[in-house]
Design a protein around this ligand. Sequence first.
Ligand code: FES
Ligand code: FES
Length: 889
Amino acid sequence: MRKFNIRVNGFWRQVITEPSRVLLDVLREDLRLTGAKQSCDRKGQCGACTVLVNREAVKSCLKKMADLEGAEIITIEGLGTPENPHLIQEAFVLAGAVQCGYCTPGMIMTAKALLDRNPDPPDEEIEKALRRNLCRCTGYRKIIDAVKLAGRFLRGEIEPHEMRPDLSRGLIGVSMPRPTAYLRACGAAQFTADLHVEGALEIAVVRSPHHHARIDAINVAPALKTPGVVGVMTAKDIQGTNRTKYLVDDQPVLCEKKVHVLGDAVAIVAGRTRQEALAGAKAVEVAYEPLPAVRTVEEALPPDAVQVHEGQPNLCFSHSQIRGDVERAWQESAAIVETDFSTPLIHQSPLEPEACVAYLEGEGDEAELVVIGRGINIHHHAMVLREALGREKIRYEEAYSGGQFGIKLDITSEALAGAAALHFRRPVRYVPSLTESMWMSSKRHPMACTLKLGADRNGRLTGLEVDFTLENGAYTSWGSAIVLRVLQMLSGCYYLPHVKAYGQLVYTNNAWGGAARGAGPPQMNYALESAMDLLARKLGEDPLEFRLRNSLQPGQSTSTGQVVEEWPFPGCLEALRPHFQRAREEAKAYKGGKIRRGVGIAGGSFGIGKAGPADKSTVAVELDPDGGLTVYGSVADPGEGNDAMLTQLAAHAMGLPPEKIRLETRDTDRTPDSSSASGSRVTYMSGGAMLMAIEALKKAMSETGADTHQDLVKAGKPTRYEATKTQETTALDKATGQGVPYESRVHGAQMAEVEVDTETGDVKILKMTAVVDPGTVINPQVVEGQIEGGLDMGAGMALREEYIHGETKDWVSFKFPTIRNSFETETILIETPRIKGPMGAVGVGEFVLLPTCAAIMNAVEDATGARVRHLPATPKKVMSALGEKKAGS
Ligand code: FES
Ligand code: FES
């Protein structure tokens, strides 16, 4: 131990600690300055922990106290507050660079050091400074814009008030800063691991080192002798079903007799500190009998294959779709493309680890188990926990969320922390490592498909035949729903008179798939839109005209037989046309030589809502005594801007200023069930339900002549009104895959401009242009932010990202896209108000990913003539495709 004097945010502090302790821990644990975050297991990969040390941007997770005596330290809390933000914090908010906000404090501190050195840095210098600060939400373009805007503020060229939107002329279509943006930019938003819980035990989890093994015995005695360990629990200590059940009860909280995948949880060790709990977890002795592991679909499908779950076939779900007669389609076809495609297992990669806090509120059997995490379906999660843990009284509270992208449609750490809080009857904190977070969360399913697509001599699509397999991994999560989502959106933007499809879901002893931004359709749309280009090429057709001619029209039906009333896709292609012409003209100059330039386009259509029929959301509103309005609904906001959507719609509908709208969205005890923040459904479903509740309130006010809360009370009317919006949709028929899955959709088209190095196989994205028609745009900056972030994620999926269970352990091994991989983007918004959308709006967050991979791979073929069909298109695969093309020509 040693005493250190450090000056933190202008105040001298004495810290008595080990010299080897890192600054991040001292700031967060001793000084309770939790603005600096950690994401990468302190490996210096994420930049979320950046602070200023003696005016330099420093990763506080790497800086030992031994080197800090007398140091001047500035953290995000030392810059400004939500009420009085620093100009850089203002710039990040006003430029729309804050989504989940987990990366934001680190970004801002890095920007501060840069702007202190050079108040007018060029783009290259900004990119260089931020090259080790990761962001998963924004795609980095708005972060670069924010740093430039901050420079202008600091140089006195412009003031923040000049950048604020004029809210006096209406709130719809206005880029109002999100209500929580300043909290996030100032490090004041509390994420789960930021919560200090007095007397809390820290827990660590004993996890399987095997992909498949029988558990013969668990000896906890050595762990109990470890200093600081308070107790150990195993499956037998859980009172409920010990299953986290979404669709199928195949996933244990703690494994009983068998482990099904590397990283499966076997025991929980509680300690006074995290280090002590981890030491205890290491000491638990588990006797495993390793079993043969099924690591691929090919190994899983033979009749004599090892069964991942005993008594259950590895082929655990399948579904077909039949429309018309594909044999007739092939007879009528002048050209047919028949090929295969695949997409890999991908981690959704939110920066925040899967942290959870759990404690008992109240006494004895009446005590309520409170679970705090970043779930996006908190009422459902509370129900899953009730069954799993055998505790009726459970409250789920949503903390601020450092992104999720589908992961948090499942619970991850909540059942473990909740079980521990119940068993040890003490508050519990569980802050797993990044590797452990990867092990305990679902992934994007890998998909493999064969696809046949035909067109007649007039260039009209005749038919589509698809066979696809999603590798389920060890647990089902939402797997069968993902197969259905693929079928629900199978025909994409197009009219296909004849369709035959079969999808299957296959267990393996691998990381399991679940909800992942778009969940299924991005994988299949990549295949379909790639085949559209191949077919256009075969017919000698222009890819844009070919898509335009084959677009579905209102009155026609999708492959599920659903007749659509609105279909704004052709308008998106028309908006893209001049950009496509410009880009192709420019690319002509780069057709020979080592570096070739190519341009590719792709379309997408995405159904709004959950995969099941009759999707529902309930929201309540209450007229407050001071004339404001409180909105109650479990509407999660993991970074997309749902807070802005609800506030702007409500303020507009009530004729109130936005600051009079209060949101109560985070707590199961205080909200009605608005269901999940998934399927891009929040604007359409919860925004819609909120407007219905406001209508009921306004009707009561007008019937009684009431202007205020007090008038309503006097008239004997309630001040709170609740409404439920329900989609008029049906399940797909099991035999034919026909049905009405979605009331509304979002449409768009994208264009990729790429350069391919034909000697190395490197693909550089120069620019992505995205045309999106999300109906009425409520907040253009929020929508643009979603689009830019989605493009970045789609580019990662196309070119870099692959999660290999057991090998991918951190952000470097995952190849997380950095600012160095970012590219120019242009967003074009078309507003065709949707018939049933709230004020004509639908959501956009997941759709964006649909066309991106195909647009990029179509551009690569345009540049080189070579086609990569199996993603990610690494330089090696591009070189091999170039080699195949050479050999074939
Ligand atoms: S926590 Fe310090 S760089 Fe990631
Ligand atoms: S805003 Fe950057 S990680 Fe979410």
